[in-house]
Design a protein around this ligand. Sequence first.
Ligand SMILES: [Ca+2]
Ligand SMILES: [Ca+2]
Ligand SMILES: [Ca+2]
Ligand SMILES: [Ca+2]
Length: 272
Amino acid sequence: MDSALDRLDAARFLQIWQHFDKDDKGCIEGKKMDDFFKHMLHKLGMKTEEITEDKVRRMRERFVSPYDSDPDRNVQIEELAAMMLPVEENFLLLFRRETPLDNSVEFMRIWRNYDTDSSGYISANELKGFLQDLFLQHRKSITPQKQEEYTETMMKMFDKNRDGRLDLNDMARILALNENFLLKFKTDACSLEDRKRDFEKIFAHYDVSKTGALEGPEVDGFVKDMMELVKPSISGMELDKFRKALMGHCDINRDGKIQKNELALCLGLKLS
Ligand SMILES: [Ca+2]
Ligand SMILES: [Ca+2]
Ligand SMILES: [Ca+2]
Ligand SMILES: [Ca+2]
């Protein structure tokens, strides 16, 4: 079985995946995984009589065993690819961070950095720049041909609406951005004391540089999370629009940053 799996590369994996994920949801129902593995072994050149239930069971245990406890759970493409692809093909492993990305500010810093033409989208070319830097950071060399191939595979995996560019939510998936920080807070927070305490926590979370003001990607991160409280996924252009409106409304001293008291005022909170 292992020798068959040696023939698995990113492009082939994706092809097999798409056969099962026809609606392009990025996930497959856990209970369909046996069929998935059978199909995979077949595609990798194994004869039908060689594909036994036992082999399939072992694959399931090896690659998706955590799901066995909950058969209703879906298997995500990036999780399975990270488990299955051989190391040299598995550029997706590079996205696995020791600590998950849990702050939209860091996310927006990356986004602004690679959306080099500020179009509000990450194009295939911009994605390639991102991958190049990632390989550099991990001190891995990669041929131009592999760069093209990985970029293309990533686009196929994450460009949900097939318009040839990645949106904010596609990129958030690639970087495994954790859930919205603002969801932690109840909007019906009762007393003024509670609201002030929440405000302090919120401000501290977004003021990553600890300057007492939100600037650059700190504003972006805050705007992204705020907007996504009311709309599940926003586009880069919507973000820019709302950012502009927020700055116009909140940045009272017009220094291009949002000081703590400015944000408090904006949120209808009077700090003593
Ligand atoms: Ca762009
Ligand atoms: Ca797209
Ligand atoms: Ca700051
Ligand atoms: Ca200001």
